[in-house]
Each structure stands twice: as C-alpha cells, then as structure tokens.
Design a protein around this ligand. Structure first.
Ligand SMILES: [Zn+2]
Length: 76
C-alpha cells in the first residue's frame, strides 16, 4: 500500500512538473512573437488592407484571398 501511495505521489509530481514546463514555454513563446508591429499591405483587386503575413503575393502584388489572386492574375 505504501508503494502504491508513493507511485501516486510521484505521478502527481511528474504531472505538475510537466504542466509547469509547458506553461513556462508557452509564455516565453508569446513574448518572443509580438503582434501589432507588422507591415500592412493592400489587396491589388479589392483594396482591402491586411497584414503582410496573411496576404498572398504574386509578382510583387498582394491579395487578400486566393480567389482575388486568381481573378486578378493575368492568364498565361
Ligand atoms: Zn481582395
């Protein structure tokens, strides 16, 4: 019985340690990737502004969606 309780205590300790590590890592990740200072670009078709990372680029032109990218791209 004492061994069983020891195993339970050990399991709880390991679980707590993993949860603590996981939380610390996700907090650090949030600090390293600040948002809000990103370049804004304009869709070449509809003119909507969106973050550069969310835009689609074709020949130096930015698009808000794959549909606008396809509609605006010259057929070749
Ligand atoms: Zn668009």
């Amino acid at each position: 019985m004492a061994k069983f309780l020891l195993l339970v205590a050990l399991g709880l300790l390991v679980g707590w340690w993993i949860a603590k590590r996981y939380r610390a890592r996700s907090d650090a990740g949030d600090d390293k990737t600040p948002r809000g200072s990103e370049d804004m670009v304009r869709c070449a078709l509809c003119g909507v502004h969106l973050p550069r990372s969310e835009s689609l680029v074709t020949r130096g032109l930015y698009y808000c969606s794959a549909e606008h990218q396809r509609q605006h791209s010259p057929t070749d």
